[in-house]
Write a protein that binds this ligand. Sequence first.
Ligand SMILES: Cc1ncc(COP(=O)(O)O)c(C=O)c1O
Length: 387
Amino acid sequence: MIMETARIIDEYDKYRNSTLNLQASENVLSPDARKALSSDMASRYSLSIGDYNAYGGTVYFDRILDLLKDNTCRLFDSKYCDPRPLSGHVAAEMSLLSVLGKNKNVMAISEEDGGYPGYSGGHLDRVLGYKFYEAPYSNFELEYDLVEEKIKANNIGTIILGQSMFIKPYDMKRISEICEKHGTKILYDASHVMGLLAGKAFQPDALKYSNIVYGSTHKTFFGPQGGIILTDEEDIYNQIEDNAIFNTMDNINLSRIASLSIAVEEMLKFGKVYAGSVVKNTANLSHSLIENGFGLLPGSENSETHQILIDPEYLKGKGFDYHSFSTQLEKNRIIIDRFGRIGTQEITRWGISDMESLSDIITGICNKLNRAVEINDMIGAKALKFW
Ligand SMILES: Cc1ncc(COP(=O)(O)O)c(C=O)c1O
């Protein structure tokens, strides 16, 4: 019998296949990674604490987890890694728990400046009991001298770098010199740029100058939804292990781990070409949009990631805000989020590189022109790469 839900899933798949996804926080899975999500593992347990596994029948899964750990360390050139977190948020929680200690003063980029909302406003700060300090930041740059003053004045124990609106790398050497002087730990939230880090196309020194790099596995990375933690420090890794099972997670979702393992193998093989193409598509699309007179946020024209940030003032002049423009695009089978980001990572995986045509489509829709034929052609040409 075909259940109603299964019917809706079929419709959903058809719908998504007939759209172009430009959401900066999502990606498409390869058929192999997707198949892994529905193996028998989807309803099993494997719960290891040290050498002890509380469940039986896990021998194949344990092989996959070992393979995943080896490959993840190799992909990111890290000494230690934990690919088990259920999401980027859980990876952040585990990482913070592992470094906070007695000093509970934490600095991060504020939500207003494009930081992750989970670090402040009564979220992780409340859950983990830390005091949140905004990092001085303007025009998409940290204000390094002011950051140092604030770290010193407030005895900041941990700084979190990385953003949800993320277009430029940091001066990691400078930040690490400041933090070393004041005994401040550096966490780097690579949720948005994990695939670009894996492909060495963005911030290649993130791990060299951070105590921990962590983030989501499904934005620029090829994985199912989940998180990864990387560190070169054994004591921190041991803390992370201690903060995993029965603290921040119980079951780790075996089929997700198997799917991630495939994604990591895909990244090892294709990551450099993929990440380079993402960054190139961003540059070409930004350039074409600007040539077409489409407004980007001032200072964001030269994004070095997968993200392009739309200027709300420009949209206002066309009778839109972020939400209504996103809705208008969606009616035309182009999906972006509701807060002004365009992401090039998924279309890159779909083999799309004609950024001039894409720019004409986006600009045309903004000017209320009919671009149905061009959209059809682009969606019809989707052909999954890098697997
Ligand atoms: C910078 C940043 N960190 C963490 C997260 C949380 O990641 P996840 O949705 O995988 O839990 C997000 C989510 O978008 C994010 O943008």
